[in-house]
Design a protein around this ligand. Structure first.
Ligand code: AMP
Ligand code: MG
Length: 410
């Protein structure tokens, strides 16, 4: 059976970055940039005042002048009309351009103004020192016109959206979100809005996987649920193959109604692997179909909710992120100490739902009282998966293990 690492390598071998597309910049949050961005402006566009105050010549101050004539008042958005000569100043507001001749600004709080006919006339300074350039932000000191500011591959945060706006970009070329179709299979499933009758359960994997797909950077397509019949399965899976990624839950184990692998093969999906050496999640099926130059990645996830979730986080998340152009693909992995002794028995490497916390800069992990792959409820308290090797082990408190951090809500 394939190891987790070998299976992930096979998944990533099949996962190629999608072709780029132009999107409105406001819709680009979280997407990966697919072009180089250069600035079409200097920032700031002029020498500007960073305080409300008086622009004047520092040489005047140096030679002992403390009282200045006030020529005019300019606010942000206006431009100066008067040059500053010895003994003169301009009342200036934050962001306004420095008038020609001035080389420093004194804060308004350190100056007292006398007015004549309702207009600023003279100002008396109450400062001990004034150096050239004080309270002035120089033109282009933040960014120069024609300077490259963002490179392809950058994942766009709100900071990048702000910079795109500063350089005049209303649209931007990015790698789009992969379409991720989600179809839950199983005769026992009823919709979330239904009350399950005897033998039935609600389809919890569908909403969970839709959430996971969105969190990983995909655009989910909800295909609902489908019973274990070859003809309906074939129809719905055909529909799912229109997407870049198709996630199926259930029907890939060894039961009599585990029809998914057969249906996939009949639709021309080439199996890459079936079964991986891990717990939970061993029945995972992975394959690809290329049609008309378009590739679909197909994951047959085990029906048990925790198996589905673990397979998603280990194999599907990295695939979606690769398609979306990201370079960080997998969950963050840390070394953590067991907070208390732990007995672990399993015939496969186990990703154990756990609580991870930090004390004095160190990670500690507490495996939860988890009842197996059907027990999603216990995972409400989980924020990590602790990795234990196959075999029967008694681990003492303080023993170090790898832990994968489950993604937080936001
Ligand atoms: P399967 O992989 O189809 O053999 O299903 C394994 C277990 O997962 C069974 O107990 C199913 O009832 C359960 N299961 C399958 N699909 C879902 C689903 N969509 N939501 C919740 N549980 C499911
Ligand atoms: Mg089933």
């Amino acid at each position: 059976m394939l190891t987790v690492d070998a299976a992930l390598a096979k998944v990533l071998e099949q996962s190629e970055v999608l072709s780029s597309a132009e999107v409105p910049a406001l819709d680009a949050l979280g997407l990966v940039l697919a072009e180089r961005i250069t600035s079409d402006v200097d920032s700031p566009p002029h020498d500007k005042s960073i305080v409300d105050g008086y622009a004047l010549r520092s040489a005047d101050f140096e030679s002992g002048v403390r009282e200045f004539e006030v020529l005019e008042e300019i606010t942000a958005g206006q431009v100066p009309t008067r040059n500053i000569s010895p003994g003169q100043s301009t009342r200036i507001m934050t962001g306004a351009p420095i008038p020609h001749g001035a080389d420093a600004v004194v804060m308004i709080e350190r100056a007292s103004l006398t007015e004549r006919d309702g207009h600023p006339a003279r100002v008396l300074l109450d400062v001990d020192r004034l150096s050239p350039g004080q309270n002035i932000m120089r033109q282009a000191s933040s960014m120069q016109r024609c300077e490259a500011i963002l490179a392809p591959g950058v994942a766009l945060r709100s900071i990048e959206l702000g910079m795109l706006a500063e350089v005049g970009r209303t649209s931007v070329r990015v790698t789009p979100r992969p379409l991720v179709a989600v179809l839950a299979t199983g005769d026992e499933l009823v919709t979330v809005a239904s009350v399950p009758a005897a033998g039935q359960i609600r389809n919890s994997n569908g909403p969970m996987l839709i959430g996971s797909a969105r969190q990983a950077g995909g655009s989910p397509v909800d295909l609902g649920l489908c019973g274990d019949q070859n003809d309906v399965l074939t129809e719905r899976i055909r529909q799912g193959l229109e997407s870049n990624v198709l996630l199926l839950s259930g029907g890939v184990s060894a039961g009599v109604l585990d029809l998914v692998p057969g249906v996939l093969q009949s639709l021309g999906v080439q199996q890459i692997f079936h079964k991986v050496n891990l717990k939970p999640g061993k029945p995972l099926w992975f394959g690809v179909r290329v049609r008309d130059g378009r590739k679909s990645l197909v994951f047959g996830l085990p029906g048990n909710p925790v198996s589905s979730l673990v397979c998603f986080e280990l194999f599907v998340r990295p695939a979606i992120r690769r398609l979306a152009g990201h370079t960080i693909l997998s969950l963050r992995r840390v070394r953590a100490r067991l907070a208390s002794p732990f007995q672990q028995r399993g015939d496969r490497p186990t990703y154990f739902p756990s609580q991870l916390d930090q004390r004095a800069g160190k990670h500690f992990v507490t495996p939860l009282a988890w009842k197996g792959s059907g027990d999603l409820r216990t995972l409400l308290a989980a924020n990590a998966l602790a990795l234990f090797p196959a075999g029967e082990h008694s681990f003492p408190a303080g023993h170090e293990v790898d832990a994968l951090l489950l993604p937080p809500a936001s």
